[in-house]
Design a protein around this ligand. Structure first.
Ligand code: TXE
Length: 497
């Protein structure tokens, strides 16, 4: 099948001069380098975006700070919720337009762009909108002794933290940005978002829709550019009170250090992993293969929650790998805008090179590849979905995150050994256990070292469930009721009377 027809509004949008979005307006930066945005399905330039100047980063934070102490502080919690819901309505109305822009710049299959980037983002916005009116402190019973008949009462206020800098990766450029600015705005904070330099287009459009929804100028600002210059300047700005980052572990560590050095700013880090999936012996081969497809290959594996390490009982592993090879061979690889494609391109040239280098390493060090391990036909950044058996837990393919469609397999003999392998890593974002024996699964769950543990599923997130990592996979939680803690300060008030 051919690519879907591009909407005329998408063509008009792409042809524009793309800039920063500050204080409710597009702001030009004519003197900076323009970065080409490449369509990963055919390597053609779809648009170009100018990098923010240091002065524009200052301007964006100043505008967010002015809105924080002014118009947004005077906006009631109920109204904040209403405005987030209105933005969700507008995203619904512009669903196809946003999904097409996303697929053209990230290589995400159009069906996924519609379902994940837009529909999930809408669900998250509505979830945050609902919380805006439910953020509260507590009253306390104090233990202070009273010597002269005086009394004390104490209570806490939950107050918005201030200007939030949200640094976003290229794999889910709308949804991850929504996690950051939706949380911030619901709590009464304002935001400056720095999208990934590879996928900045959709957030520029979402910011326009936010203004149309009635979110006042300055409450949501977008600055574009690379991490080293624009990201660093944003973190260092004294008026930024909190940094929320999603991306790779090394960059996340650097962001955390920079935020501490810039005045002990609050930090949430949602980083990568080498997530495990453990299949117990009772789980049937066909369902194991379905589970592996769900866990490893969604969005070409470019999902921080995806599994890359798979543990299968020794008695089943040969059958599973053979069946997986047959299933992977049937997947239709194609353009992100071809609705019949089941597997699209990788998101950008740098990532393509990284995954190709990983294939080389796997071939040199580990030998056998059950499926894939090579490029796939096409002009874009296409690779084959890949399955590689490991020789030991220490193999590179079991330790290094690829962030690509690469599943590595190791056989185990008993379940304690499987659990040991699953936890034998410094990462801990997600994990899954697959079995028909739920009582066994529920006994394993507390012993699995990960922020999210799924049973008989993988890669499902819900606005109500807190998300974040343990060990080197991050600090803090996004969404769920827990998000409020990360975007507010608790103030204690004690009154003598
Ligand atoms: O990520 P980075 P990149 C992994 C994946 C991928 C690798 C590199 O393995 O191959 O990371 O991708 C900004 N100060 N993940 O380079 O560097 C950057 O501009 C402030 C995992 O895209 O983590 C972008 O906006 N900001 C992942 C964001 O940080 C900085 C998702 C993420 O960039 C910065 C994506 C700096 N010094 C890639 N340096 C996940 N876990 O979801 C960069 N940035």
């Amino acid at each position: 099948m051919a690519d879907i027809r591009i909407l005329s509004e998408v063509e008009t949008f792409l042809a524009r001069q793309h800039r920063q979005y500050i204080d409710g307006q597009a702001v030009a930066a004519m003197d900076t380098v323009a970065t080409d945005i490449i369509n990963p399905s055919n390597r053609k330039v779809v648009a170009s975006v100018r990098q923010a100047t240091p002065a524009q980063v200052q301007h964006a934070v100043a505008s967010a700070h002015e809105a924080f102490t002014g118009v947004w502080q005077q906006t009631s919690a109920a109204r904040r919720g209403e405005l987030l819901n209105r933005l969700a309505d507008l995203m619904q109305a512009h669903r196809e337009e946003l999904a097409q822009i996303e697929s053209l710049s990230s290589g995400k299959l159009i069906g996924l762009s519609r379902a994940f980037e837009i529909d999930y983002s809408i669900a998250f916005l509505r979830y945050y909108a609902g919380w805006a009116t439910k953020i509260h402190g507590q009253t306390m019973n104090l233990s202070l002794p009273s010597s002269n008949g005086e009394q004390y009462t104490g209570f806490t206020l939950r107050q918005p933290i201030g200007v939030v800098a949200g640094i976003v990766p290229w794999n889910f450029s709308i949804m991850i940005a929504v996690w950051k600015f939706g949380s911030a705005l619901a709590c009464g904070c304002t935001a400056v978002i720095k999208p990934s330099e590879f996928t900045p287009l959709t957030m520029l459009r979402v910011a326009e829709l936010a203004l149309e929804a009635g979110i006042p100028p300055g409450v949501l600002n977008i600055v574009n550019g690379n991490g080293r210059t624009v990201g660093t300047a944003l973190i260092a700005h004294p008026k930024v009170a909190k940094v929320t980052f999603t991306g790779s572990v090394p960059t996340g560590v650097g962001v955390g250090v920079a935020a501490m050095q810039a005045g002990l700013k609050h930090v949430t880090l949602e980083l990568g992993g080498k997530n495990p999936a453990g299949f117990l012996r009772d789980f049937p081969v066909e369902r194991t293969v379905d589970g592996i497809i769900e866990a490893a290959y969604l969005h070409q594996g470019e999902v921080c929650a995806s599994a890359e390490r798979f543990y299968v009982h020794r008695s089943r592993i040969d059958d599973v790998l053979e069946a997986l090879h047959h299933t992977l061979a049937t997947l239709k690889i194609g353009s992100a805008l071809d609705e019949s494609a089941q597997f699209g391109p990788l998101a950008n040239a740098a990532h393509f090179a990284k995954v190709m280098a990983f294939f080389e390493k796997a071939r040199a060090q580990d030998g056998e590849i059950v499926h894939g391990g090579t490029v796939a036909p096409g002009d874009g950044f296409f690779v084959q979905p890949t399955a590689i058996p490991a020789r030991s837990q220490a193999d590179t393919i079991m330790t290094e995150e690829t962030f690509g469609p690469v599943a590595s397999f190791l056989a185990y003999d008993d379940e304690e050994e499987m659990l040991h392998y699953m936890n034998d890593t410094h990462f801990g974002l997600t994990a899954s256990i697959w079995t028909n024996d739920l009582s066994k699964a529920l006994r394993f769950v507390p012993r699995v070292e990960a922020g999210t543990v799924w049973v008989n599923m993988h890669n499902y997130i819900d606005p109500a469930m807190p998300f974040g990592g343990v060990k080197s996979s991050g600090i803090g939680r996004e969404f769920g009721e827990a998000f409020i803690e990360y975007f507010t300060e608790l103030k204690s008030v004690i009154v003598r009377y």
